[in-house]
Write a protein that binds this ligand. Structure first.
Ligand code: SAH
Ligand code: SF4
Ligand code: F3S
Length: 475
């Protein structure tokens, strides 16, 4: 596949292992072609599909063959310094291709484009186009400008752009799961985070257009949608015609009602915003997956306050208790940052103990990377030495390995409903799918000709590693 998640995030079996279907559009119908690579969070991957739709409208078909491309696009991430370095490395490779391909254009999209703006064109002369996350509608005009040798930049952020009316062209789709963006931007201002600066103010997408998009996916045979936003629980949209307010819980219910055969997931939940109403809705519908990504960031109330997360250690633990009470079989995962400004060994121990308390099935773990312009960069010194950050991160990673192993051991002997996504990465004689809790389950094919892709099967867990469950299909 030509897209990738940030390299410092743990890759999982599904995204890497699947043999993806060709693009949904027929590239041969276009005279010009674009090649796109996406980095960063799922929102960026979803945006690339909006970009593909806009570019189709401008006469560009998608290609995976770099040599065939008239336009190379990188949809970039700024979340950590390493994410930006990865993109810069890739850009140098693309520039070599450009040198031997007359007329080829290279464009930078996404969060790094927004953060670095015209600097990329003027000082560094790295790209021909710079387009921020709210300016994709202007891509066709900007491409024309760049073709005529002008500087093509649009990094204006918007208060209302949601691309709600644009039907995304699915790129690298397995034909089973799709991302559906329900909101953009973020108002939270966590002090370490660059997203509010690169993505702008929070705004929610028209609920009707979300429902329409999910219905269309369902009609095409998709079996799973993930509703996306930086903070989905603060989704809020007013239907003026019906005089109805749509909260996230209400949206979730509307999406779940589209088809009992369509699994519904969502990401990400900010612990301060996830409500009982959302948990009740999850409990009410079997097809809303019992899995919550609930990033804690740190287990120390003092650090949480410096991070501007607006909850304490105790408040977070009470939220975990509530989830366990209302949804006893719910999977919980987290994001954790090691070595934030002023973090002491005691603070770090509190992170380890809240991980134990929460019993995460999985976590994305990072060491703190100062981002220019953020509140933390302006207010606090990045004072934890790199070797201390790395050692603490390693302790966090080791503990998570142990927690994941324990969580998987608890599943031995249980039977789960699994949505089959395709062949296992390691062996064509095994299927790979996920249960409602988002755990990867691998099980042997009965014969190599059976086609279970996109179907639900019951699988009894017989064995596990810390990342994967193995099982046998129950008939
Ligand atoms: N909106 C989501 C997270 C978006 S960014 C939320 O609020 O949970 C994904 C993760 O990257 C964050 O949860 C955080 O753990 C990590 N992250 C963000 N900024 C970072 C930084 N400056 N250094 C290290 N990790 C960071
Ligand atoms: Fe960043 Fe916080 Fe917004 Fe998540 S909620 S995107 S961590 S500011
Ligand atoms: Fe990265 Fe932007 Fe997402 S900074 S994590 S791509 S919102």
């Amino acid at each position: 596949m030509n897209t990738m998640l940030t390299t410092d995030k743990v890759h999982d079996e599904a995204r890497q292992g699947e043999a993806f279907q060709p693009f949904a559009n027929d590239p041969n119908q276009y005279k010009k072609h674009f090649y796109i690579e996406s980095y960063g969070c799922a929102m960026n991957f979803a945006d690339s599909e909006v970009v593909a739709s806009i570019l189709n409208g401008a006469g560009f078909g998608a290609t995976r063959n770099l040599e065939e491309a008239n336009l190379i696009l990188l949809n970039t991430c700024s979340i950590r310094e390493k994410a930006e370095q990865t993109v810069r490395k890739r850009l140098t490779e693309f520039r070599k291709i450009k040198e031997r391909t007359p007329g080829m254009l290279i464009g930078m999209l996404g969060c790094m484009a927004e953060r670095l703006k015209a600097q990329l064109l003027e000082q560094e002369k790295l790209v021909d186009l710079v387009v921020g996350p709210d300016a994709y509608r202007s891509l066709p005009a900007l491409i024309e400008e760049a073709e005529s040798g002008q500087k093509a930049v649009n990094v204006l952020l918007s208060r209302d752009e949601t691309y709600g009316d644009i039907a995304p062209i699915r790129l690298d789709s397995n034909g089973i799961s799709a991302f559906v963006s329900i909101m953009r931007g973020c108002n939270n201002m966590c002090s370490f985070c660059v997203v509010p600066f690169t993505r702008g103010r929070e705004r929610s997408r028209d609920a009707h257009s979300i429902i329409q998009e999910v219905q269309a996916l369902c009609d095409k045979g998709y079996k799973e949608v993930t509703l996306l936003g930086q903070n989905v629980d603060s989704y809020y949209w007013i239907d003026e015609q019906k005089d109805e307010t749509v909260t996230f819980a209400a949206l979730l219910e509307k999406v779940a009602l589209i088809s009992p055969d369509l699994r519904v997931r969502f990401s990400t939940s900010h612990p301060k915003d996830i409500t009982d109403e959302v948990l009740f809705t999850m409990a009410k519908y079997e097809n809303i997956c019992k899995y919550i990504h609930l990033p804690v960031q740190s287990g120390s109330s003092r650090i949480l306050q410096l991070m501007n997360r607006t909850y304490t250690r105790e408040w977070y633990m009470a939220k975990v208790d509530r989830i366990r009470e209302l949804l006893p079989d719910c999977g919980i995962s987290s994001d954790i940052i090691a070595g934030f400004c002023t973090e002491t060994e005691e603070d770090h121990q509190e992170t380890l103990s809240i991980m134990q308390y929460s019993g995460y099935d999985m976590s994305y773990m990072f060491f703190y990377s100062e981002r220019p312009g953020t509140l933390a960069a302006r207010r606090y010194e990045d004072d934890i030495p790199e070797e201390v950050k790395k050692r603490r991160l390693q302790e966090i990673v080791d503990l998570q390995g142990e927690l994941s192993r324990q969580s998987n051991l608890k599943d031995l002997g249980k039977t789960f409903k699994v949505l089959v996504e395709g062949n296992s990465r390691k062996s064509e004689s095994d299927w790979m799918g996920r249960n409602s809790q988002n755990k990867v389950i691998v099980f042997p094919k009965k014969d190599l000709n059976e086609d279970l892709k996109g179907t639900y099967v019951m699988v009894k867990v017989t064995d596990c590693t810390k990342t994967t469950l193995r099982g046998e299909r129950e008939l």
